[in-house]
Ligand binder design. Structure first.
Ligand SMILES: C[S@@+](CC[C@H](N)C(=O)[O-])C[C@H]1O[C@@H](n2cnc3c(N)ncnc32)[C@H](O)[C@@H]1O
Length: 349
């Protein structure tokens, strides 16, 4: 087949699937955001949200400083391995033109692995932040598509707390680091149960209270140690801020104004998901830790020190690391499997 004909076939197929997406799967009319002339937005579909609604739901770092977030956190390799691990856990083999909805896609940390692991699937990459979708679009334009596959990806501006898809129309929902930014993640879990086909899966990657509370205890022990006077002001400030942040995120009622505009709103626990799984009619709910359990508290403390504190290992003295290490040593590896710091949650419809 000539490459022109191949291109035309591909275009027709994409149009067919887009029409199908618009008319058969999504309940509201979708509009191309580029239709008013901004070519950066062309191909991004949206039911059209008011800007104030977007700002009410999405923390500003995901539009005003989207590039900063992406520079810091874009790592598709990690997600390729995490999604493969999740697929193994549920014995999922990609088959044909399945419909996968990725929510809070950002610049595509899970979208690119899904396209690679499920080459025949239609991936609907969605986010409420158009800025994030523009970065994702640029990444997809650079993607070299294997000519032997039918890979297709649609970009849709969507509020993950609404998900107005037809009931029973989606094979899999994937969301990485999105639920903990939401005001009401239970709305998403409830809608996912409705839009998934029977036997379909919702896969999430989120922070957990069980493991983070141990790190909080370690920070507390450091700040209560008699050697604490030797800590720099910056280090003390970092530990105090982390403790305050954990305490706020563990509050279950998010209706207080202090959560408005707060970026990280939740630290989940297993019970949060298992209760909702039962309430919304999922048939199963499983978890696994995202990182190796060996030295998990120490490794996580080091990562947060670097990412959120802008500091390095030497900014905490050896005695403080020993305190954190003691928490790693007093739990067996099996116990640490249960003490999730960041975990994958898989819900089966
Ligand atoms: C921490 S980022 C994760 C992005 C991507 N999944 C990743 O792993 O890199 C969270 C994303 O969720 C989006 N988001 C937050 N609240 C949302 C909502 N209510 N509906 C849809 N997207 C939302 C943000 O715009 C942002 O792109």
């Amino acid at each position: 087949m000539s490459s022109k004909m191949e291109d035309r076939n591909k275009e027709e197929r994409l149009k067919r699937v887009t029409d199908c997406l618009v008319s058969d799967i999504y309940k509201l009319p979708l509009f191309d955001l580029g239709s008013k002339g901004d070519h950066r937005l062309s191909g991004i579909l949206s039911p059209i949200y008011d800007d104030t609604v977007v700002k009410q739901y999405v923390p500003s770092q995901f539009f005003e400083s989207a590039h900063v977030y992406i520079e810091r956190y874009q790592d598709t390799e990690i997600f390729q391995s995490l999604i493969s691990k999740a697929f193994q856990r549920i014995s999922f083999t990609p088959q044909g033109e399945q419909i996968i909805l990725d929510i809070g896609s950002g610049a595509g940390n899970t979208v690119f692995p899904l396209l690679s692991l499920c080459p025949e699937a239609h991936v609907i990459a969605s986010d409420l932040s158009v800025d994030m979708l523009v970065y994702l679009k640029m990444g997809l334009e650079k993607l070299i598509i294997d000519p032997g596959t039918n890979r297709s990806c649609f970009l849709v501006q969507l509020n993950a707390e609404e998900l107005d898809f037809v009931e029973g129309s989606i094979d899999m929902v994937v969301g990485a680091s999105v639920l903990h930014h939401m005001i009401s993640p239970e709305k998403t879990l409830a809608r996912c149960a409705e839009v998934l086909k029977k036997g379909g899966f919702a896969i999430f990657f989120e922070p957990f209270e069980e493991g983070n509370i141990i790190i909080r205890a370690a920070y507390h022990a450091i700040l209560n140690d008699s050697r604490k006077t030797a800590l720099s002001k910056k280090t003390t400030g970092f530990l105090e801020t982390m403790i305050r942040d954990y305490d706020v995120r563990m509050v279950r009622d998010k209706s207080s104004p202090r959560f408005d505009g707060l970026n990280d709103k939740w630290l989940f626990n297993k019970k949060y998901f298992s209760v909702r799984a039962e309430e919304y009619g999922y048939s199963d709910c499983i978890y696994f830790p995202l990182r190796p359990t060996e030295h998990q508290f120490l490794n996580h403390a080091l990562t947060t020190l670097r990412l959120f504190g802008g500091m390095e290992r030497d900014d905490l003295p050896d005695w403080a690391w020993e305190i954190i290490q003691q928490f790693d040593q007093c739990f067996s590896e099996q116990a640490k499997e249960e003490l999730l710091i960041e975990g994958c949650i898989i819900l089966k419809k």
